[in-house]
Design a protein around this ligand. Structure first.
Ligand code: CP
Ligand code: NVA
Length: 311
C-alpha cells in the first residue's frame, strides 16, 4: 500500500501521473463536471499544528471527490494526552479510508504510516511538505514553466526548512536545476541534500547550494521562499530575523531573475521579512493561484492513492 509521506518515495513517472490526474480533475471542476472518484470514502485529517490552506483544501477536496472529511485537532483527541501513535493509527485507520496528518518530527508520521491499514498523507512535517510541492509544480505548468522545452531553473531563498527540502526532492526527481540560498547556519539538512544529489545523478538535475541570494536568483524562472519562523520555532524569532538580513525577496532581488520569472510562496507569508509587499502583490507573484491549486493537486493525490489501493 502506497502512502504519500515524501516525494523521495515517488518516481518521476508517478509524480507526473499524479499531476496529470490533478489537471484532469481541475479541468472537470472548471467545467462543472463532477469527479466522484472516492464515493462515500472518509478522510480523517489530524492536525498537530495550525492550518488554513491544508485543512480547507483537503476538506473541500474529499467532498468534491464524493467522500467526506473528518477534522481532528490533536487537542481534541487522546493523542495530545499521550495515547501512543501506534494505537491511534491502528484505531483510526480501522474506521476510515485515508488519513492526512500534519505533525512535528517526520518519524512520527513514518511510525503512524507503519501502523496504518489505510494510505497516509503527509500534511506537513518538520522535514517535508510534499503536497505543497505538487501544487507548486501544477502552478509552474500553468504558467508555462515545465519540463517540456527548456528545463526550468528554480531558486529557493531563505530557511533550509521543510519547504527547501521538498523543493530538493521535486527538482532532483524531475530533473531540473534548483539553487538554494540560505544564511550561514540555516543550511538544508545534509542527509536530505545528499539524497537529492543521488536522485539528481539519475534525473540530470543540477542542485546548487549557496549563501548568496543574488548569485542564486540570477536568470532563474521560478523564485520561491518561505517563512523564516516555521511552526514550532516561535522562540527563535528574534535571532532568526537578525540572521536572515539580506534574504528578503524584494524588487531589487527579483530584477536579477528572468523578466518573466514567477514568484511562489506556500503561504502564510510575512511581508517585510521573507518577502516584500511589492513582490507578493506584484504581477510576477502567482501565490494565490498556487494556494488554489492545493485543492486540485490534493484531489489528484487522494484519487491516485485510492486507485493504487484498489489495484
Ligand atoms: N501552505 C500551507 O500548508 O498552508 P497552511 O499552513 O495554511 O495549511
Ligand atoms: N515552513 C513552514 C511552512 C508552513 C506552510 C512551517 O513549517 O511552518
Amino acid at each position: 500500500m502506497k502512502h504519500f509521506l515524501s516525494l523521495k518515495d515517488f518516481s518521476k513517472t508517478e509524480i507526473l501521473e499524479i499531476i496529470s490526474l490533478a489537471q484532469s480533475i481541475k479541468n472537470d471542476f472548471k467545467n462543472n463536471i463532477p469527479t466522484p472518484l472516492m464515493p462515500q470514502k472518509i478522510l480523517a485529517m489530524i492536525f498537530e499544528k495550525n492550518s488554513t490552506r491544508t485543512r480547507v483544501s483537503f476538506e473541500s477536496g474529499i467532498y468534491q471527490l464524493g467522500g467526506i472529511g473528518m477534522f481532528l485537532s490533536s487537542n481534541d483527541i487522546q493523542l495530545s494526552r499521550g495515547e501512543p501513535i501506534k494505537d491511534t493509527a491502528r484505531v483510526i485507520s480501522s474506521m476510515v479510508d485515508m488519513i492526512m496528518i500534519r505533525t512535528f518530527e517526520h518519524s512520527r508520521l513514518e511510525e503512524f504510516a507503519s501502523y496504518s491499514s489505510v494510505p497516509v498523507i503527509n500534511g506537513l512535517s518538520d522535514s517535508y511538505h510534499p503536497i505543497q510541492l505538487m501544487a507548486d509544480y501544477l502552478t509552474m505548468i500553468e504558467c508555462g514553466i515545465s519540463l517540456e522545452g527548456e528545463k526550468p531553473i528554480a531558486t529557493y531563498i531563505g530557511d533550509g526548512n521543510n519547504m527547501a527540502h521538498s523543493w530538493l526532492m521535486l527538482s532532483s526527481k524531475l530533473g531540473f536545476e534548483l539553487r538554494v540560498a540560505t544564511p550561514k547556519g540555516y543550511e538544508v539538512d545534509s542527509e536530505i541534500l545528499s539524497l537529492a544529489q543521488n536522485f539528481a545523478k539519475e534525473s540530470g538535475a543540477k542542485i546548487i547550494t549557496t549563501h548568496d541570494p543574488k548569485e542564486a536568483i540570477e536568470g532563474c524562472n521560478v523564485v520561491t521562499t518561505d517563512t523564516w519562523i516555521s511552526m514550532g520555532q516561535e522562540s527563535e524569532k528574534e535571532r532568526k530575523i537578525k540572521d536572515f538580513k539580506g534574504f528578503e525577496v524584494n524588487e531589487s532581488l527579483m530584477k536579477l531573475a528572468k523578466n518573466n520569472a514567477i514568484f511562489l510562496h506556500c503561504l502564510p507569508a510575512y511581508r517585510g521579512y521573507e518577502v516584500s509587499e511589492e513582490v507578493l502583490e506584484g504581477s510576477q507573484s502567482k501565490v494565490f493561484l498556487e494556494a488554489q491549486n492545493r485543492l486540485h493537486a490534493q484531489k489528484g493525490i487522494m484519487a491516485y492513492l485510492h486507485k493504487e489501493r484498489q489495484c
